[in-house]
Design a protein around this ligand. Structure first.
Ligand code: ZN
Length: 208
């Protein structure tokens, strides 16, 4: 990334692009970060590359995430790729027959069984790419994500840009007062913040 051409990107991290260099098939990749960090775009990029290479790709997402489409994994950029909504992690094993690559989006919403599922798939020679929020709106590790990151061969943490100061952001600050853990993300509901702006925002809302 050239900061003269893209001055607004000056403060964002540009992680080294992920390139597969494994001889034996079967491993786990996790792409994690806050809202608006480009997790789903990165998942779609990796899956598209695999599709172009004529690999058999299957994509799953939790049935809970019906924001835009029943059948597509859609990023905030409007990129999309066809996927299968599933009610529980165990359905993935049943549906992922005869594939080379499995993509899983919004993995934070899956049950803990997802950890065993991705391990089984990887051990069976399948490349598994998992994307999800690493923290919930309270700044706590989200669902099965910590365990998925632990067992993965490769973890890529992507960052949004803090809307208050421009630093790399890894917190998803909720703009509406709801204690529900699952409020699906839209721009009106969340803003990406860095640690310092997030702490300030939380202190302000505790005072209010
Ligand atoms: Zn900030």
């Amino acid at each position: 990334m050239c900061y003269i051409c893209f001055p607004s990107e000056k403060n964002s991290f540009t992680p080294t692009m992920f390139i597969e260099n494994t001889k034996n098939p079967g491993w786990i990749e996790v792409i994690c970060g806050s809202m608006f960090s480009g997790k789903t775009e990165e998942l779609i990029r990796r899956l598209r590359r695999a599709q172009f290479a004529n690999l058999r790709v299957e994509i799953f997402k939790p049935a809970i995430d019906t924001r835009y489409s029943e059948e597509e994994v859609v990023s905030h950029q409007g990129n999309s790729i066809l996927s299968t909504p599933v009610d529980s992690s165990s359905s993935i094993i049943m549906l992922a027959g005869n594939v080379d690559v499995v993509g899983i989006d919004e993995a934070q919403f899956f049950d803990e069984g997802i950890v065993d599922v991705v391990q089984k798939l990887a051990s069976a020679g399948i490349r598994v790419i998992v994307a999800g929020l690493d923290m919930d709106f309270r700044g706590k590790p989200f669902g099965p994500m910590p365990a998925l990151m632990a067992v993965a061969e490769y973890v890529t943490k992507v960052h949004a840009i803090c809307v208050r100061c421009g630093d790399p952001a890894n917190f998803s600050h909720r703009l509406i007062s709801s204690e529900k853990l699952v409020e699906l993300g839209e721009k009106q509901t969340y803003e990406p913040l860095c640690r310092h702006c997030y702490e300030k925002a939380m202190a302000e809302s505790n005072k209010a």
